[in-house]
Ligand binder design. Structure first.
Ligand SMILES: [Zn+2]
Length: 124
């Protein structure tokens, strides 16, 4: 009974390690990443007589910006339309990184519990 439990534990520890390595490989393949969101904005101009001031549908644009926070301050980075795919991709990479880190953290918690149990039961 005890031997079976320990064999299972050893198998789980091996599987934890394999899954952790697989997640590490995914992280290695990430490209440049950037926190934030790309916003599309329609703007009013400086000319008070321009139609954009009366009619929201006649505002100028679209203008794009990437906004993110650095030490609790919001940064707005103006983007030319040609630049937006670059930033959208980087934002996707950042989300993927966060997702992978979350998975690695959860996996680490159960892997550590398995290793701790192995130490307590003296299996190897
Ligand atoms: Zn205008």
């Amino acid at each position: 009974m005890k031997a079976i439990a320990q064999t299972r534990l050893v198998a789980m520890i091996r599987s934890d390690a394999q899954r952790f390595e697989a997640l590490k490989r995914e992280i290695v393949h990430l490209d440049y990443f950037c926190k934030g969101t790309v916003l599309k904005r329609m703007m009013k101009c400086g000319n008070k007589k321009c139609a954009c001031h009366r009619d929201p549908a006649k505002r100028h644009g679209p203008y794009f910006e990437c906004t993110y926070k650095v030490q609790n301050k919001t940064v707005n980075l103006k983007l030319y339309p040609e630049m937006t795919p670059l930033y959208r991709d980087a934002i996707r990479q950042y989300r993927k990184l966060r997702l992978l880190l979350g998975r690695m953290e959860r996996l680490s918690r159960s892997a550590l519990a398995h290793l701790a149990q192995q130490k307590l039961t003296g299996a190897d």
